[in-house]
Design a protein around this ligand. Sequence first.
Ligand code: UD1
Length: 311
Amino acid sequence: MAHVFVTGAAGFIGSHTVDRLLKEGHRVTGADNFRTGRRENLTVALASPRFTLLELDVAREGGLAAAVTVARPDALIHLAALVSVQESMRDLGLNFDLNVRATHLAAEAARAAGTGRIVFASSAAIYGDVASLPVREEAAKLPISPYGAAKLASEALLLGHGVAFGLTVRCQRYFNVFGPRQDPASPYSGVISIFARRYRERKAVTVYGDGSQTRDFISVHDVARANVLAATRPDIRSGAANICTGRATSLLDVLSVFRRHHPEAPPPVFGEARAGDILHSRGSAAVAAAELGFQSEVPVEEGLAELIRLG
Ligand code: UD1
């Protein structure tokens, strides 16, 4: 059994990661300031005697270091972040504080507490507009948003820190994650969370473009498993890996699953393609397989069915 400290524990990916760690028998200390995380996401976890929840702002100087020093975990999974690309464009300072400075504080906290490993929530956004698919880890990294830039800067900070101070650092480059507990609040939320809410409310969804665009949609359950592997698998080396399925799913494919489950729903409305939208995105899953022993297991169709079932 390992003891793992998770920042952003009440968030979408954080809460599923906590659930998975507990399911595998580990001890977990979770931290969240509930800025975007929700206590309800941890309902199952809070019933476990192996889970401790701290209300904590990881971007506040000293707060995380004190908590990690007391907890003395074997690994730190740093998921607390500003997660909206659009918000990163509106508020550059907040993006820097929550995505770069908080990562620096997490690295410092791990060093102060003698934590052996850090797992970091990176993103496919570090690649920017990619020239060829599938995107491999060594592809050019030319982020096109402050969010992507902050994630790339954080990777560099952590990997350098790992070499200097002898920590294992794993950067997890998530592709399009979907599943229960994802917040559909803004028009820029993940498309599947938006579609799930609209279908539930029997409202028409809007498809920007003709629906032929593809993404590498990955279930949050797979992402949680990848995080647990990165945090607990013995004998792994520092590095960065795409966390993806390696498969492309079009919006039309996604829609056909929703329509099958909601035959009564109004038909989708097709609108103008979104400015700046990329047509296709798909990752190479080879490095995660080789370095973490991770392969996605949840077919997109099954993940969608689960989301629809949970209502
Ligand atoms: C992701 C980011 C987005 C960012 C972009 C930069 C997320 C959730 N989104 O977008 O903020 O600007 O990378 O490359 O991380 N769509 C619809 N109808 C909707 C919502 C979306 O058709 O109601 C379409 C989008 O236009 C897009 C596709 O669905 O073509 C996927 O959208 P989204 O889930 O936002 O993911 P990304 O496009 O990868």
